[in-house]
Design a protein around this ligand. Structure first.
Ligand SMILES: O=C(O)[C@H](O)[C@@H](O)[C@H](O)[C@H](O)COP(=O)(O)O
Length: 258
C-alpha cells in the first residue's frame, strides 16, 4: 500500500485558540467546498462520522451559513455507523440528526442512513449497493485513477486510540481493499457491530477534514504528525487522500504535544 511521506504540520494542520474558533473556521471551509462542488457538479457529497465532531458543525446551523449554503444539493453519508436502530442512543445517525441534520434544510431523501433492519454484513452490503446506485445517477463521482467513489468531503474524528471511522489500530479491516463498505462485529469500542468505509475509499476522497479537540487527543495527534507508521497501525495517520486535500482542525489542547 502506498506511503505518502510524513504529514506536514504547515500544510495539513490548523490550530485554533479554542473550540469556538475551530468551529467557525470549519464552517467556513465546509461552506466553501459545498459552494464549489455544487457549482461544478450540482451536488455536494459529504460524509459524517460520530463522536464530538457533530458538535463542531454547530456554526453551520446558524446565520450566515444557515441561509447561504445550498443545503438542497447536499448528499449526506456516514463513514461509519453502529448497527443499531436509528433512534437508539448509540446511533451515529441519531447523533447527527439531533445535533446537525434537524437544524438545516437538507432534503431527507438525500440523507443516506443505513438500513437498520439488517445484520452488520447485510447493512454494509446494502450501503455499498446504495452507493453504487448513486454513482449510476451521477450524484456520487468515481475516481479517475481507481475503482472507488470519490466523495467531496469526509468529516472525521479520531478516537483516543487513533482509530477513525470504525477502523481500529492493527485490526484486519484496515487492509480490506475489495469492498467499499465493510462490516465489523468485534469493534474494540462498543457497540461491537458496525459498518465502515474501507481505507481505500477514505483515501480516494477529494477532501478530508479531521477534527480533534482537547488534551485527551494530544498524544495521538503528535503520533499522527510524527514518524510514518506501517500502514494500518494508526488508521488516523493512514487516512489521508492520495490525490486530495487533508486538513486537521485542532484546538490548542489537541495540538499541545506537537
Ligand atoms: O462510531 C464511532 O465510534 C465514531 O464514528 C468514532 O469513529 C468517532 O468519530 C471517534 O471515536 C472520535 O470520537 P470523539 O471525537 O468523540 O472522541
Amino acid at each position: 500500500m502506498a506511503s505518502f511521506g510524513k504529514l506536514d504540520k504547515d500544510l495539513n494542520l490548523q490550530v485554533y485558540e479554542n473550540v469556538e474558533e475551530l468551529s467557525n473556521s470549519l464552517a467556513e471551509h465546509v461552506a466553501q467546498l459545498s459552494a464549489s462542488a455544487v457549482k461544478d457538479r450540482g451536488a455536494f457529497t459529504v460524509v459524517l462520522s460520530g463522536g464530538s465532531l457533530i458538535k463542531t458543525l454547530g456554526k453551520l446551523c446558524e446565520p450566515p451559513y444557515l441561509h447561504t449554503v445550498d443545503w438542497g444539493n447536499w448528499h449526506v453519508f456516514w463513514v461509519d455507523e453502529r448497527v443499531v436502530k436509528k433512534d437508539h442512543p448509540d446511533s451515529n445517525y441519531k447523533l447527527a440528526y439531533d445535533g446537525f441534520l434537524s437544524k438545516v434544510p437538507i432534503p431527507s431523501e438525500k440523507v443516506y442512513a443505513i438500513n437498520d433492519t439488517l445484520s452488520a454484513q447485510g447493512a454494509a452490503e446494502d450501503y455499498e449497493f446504495g452507493l453504487k446506485q448513486l454513482v449510476k445517477t451521477g450524484i456520487l463521482a468515481m475516481a479517475d485513477t481507481n475503482d472507488y467513489p470519490r466523495f467531496d468531503l469526509l468529516l472525521m474524528g479520531m478516537g483516543p486510540d487513533g482509530h477513525c471511522a470504525s477502523l481500529f489500530p492493527n485490526h484486519p479491516l484496515v487492509h480490506v481493499k475489495e469492498k467499499w463498505v465493510a462490516s465489523i462485529t468485534d469493534s474494540p469500542k462498543p457497540p461491537p457491530e458496525r459498518i465502515t468505509f474501507t481505507l481505500p475509499v477514505i483515501q480516494t476522497a477529494a477532501n478530508i477534514f479531521f477534527v480533534a479537540n482537547g488534551e485527551g487527543k494530544a498524544e495521538m495527534v503528535a503520533k499522527v504528525f510524527g514518524e510514518e507508521l506501517p500502514f494500518g497501525q494508526l488508521p488516523s495517520q493512514s487516512a489521508r487522500p492520495t490525490n486530495g486535500k487533508l486538513i486537521w482542525f485542532a484546538d490548542k489542547g489537541a495540538a499541545s504535544k506537537l
